[in-house]
Design a protein around this ligand. Structure first.
Ligand code: NI
Length: 163
């Protein structure tokens, strides 16, 4: 396992549409493990492969209690409700904004064994899924933010989770 370099806003990798993974082989599993290491090292709560310059549909998510979800070809199949909250992104250091997201989502994906799974998430976890899956389509939270925080509000965001 290894920590990879996270690319930032000026890197075109963040704007590409990532390609579906045809087969969950050892290389993909290693990549997912590196993504977890990279997310933990960066103190983030989610990471998508384009953020380490790889245009594949892979995301990792911190589900709390030292549980890390590693998903291949994740897809949101249901969205319910809406919720406005502050988001940040490991690829856009120092910027935070309010983004309206579905309150609850159902996500389908393949796990590390290539098995189909279906997850239901709400609140922060649902927000992380939506943020990371946006990354796979070249969409950043600043595209969706209804308002970016002012500099004087930023001090309060030091503890805010970054995705
Ligand atoms: Ni992000």
């Amino acid at each position: 396992m290894a920590v990879r370099r996270i690319v930032t806003l000026n890197n075109s990798a963040l704007r590409e549409k990532a390609q579906p993974v045809a087969k969950v082989n050892n290389a993909i599993v290693r990549l997912l493990d590196d993504m977890v290491d990279t997310m933990i090292e960066a103190k983030g709560v989610g990471l998508a492969a384009p953020q380490i310059g790889i245009a594949k549909r892979l995301i990792v998510v911190d589900a709390g209690d030292n549980q890390y979800l590693q998903l291949v070809n994740p897809c949101i199949v249901e969205r319910t409700g809406s919720c406005l909250d502050v988001e940040g992104c490991l690829s856009i250091p120092g910027v935070y904004g309010e983004v309206d997201r579905a309150e609850k989502v159902v996500v389908t994906a393949l796990d590390k064994d290539g098995k189909e799974i279906r997850l239901t998430a709400e609140g922060l976890l649902a927000r992380i899924f939506q943020h990371e899956i946006d990354h796979l389509n070249g969409i950043l939270f600043i595209d969706r933010a209804t308002r970016l925080l002012d500099p004087e509000e930023l001090n309060d965001q030091d503890r805010e989770e970054k995705e």
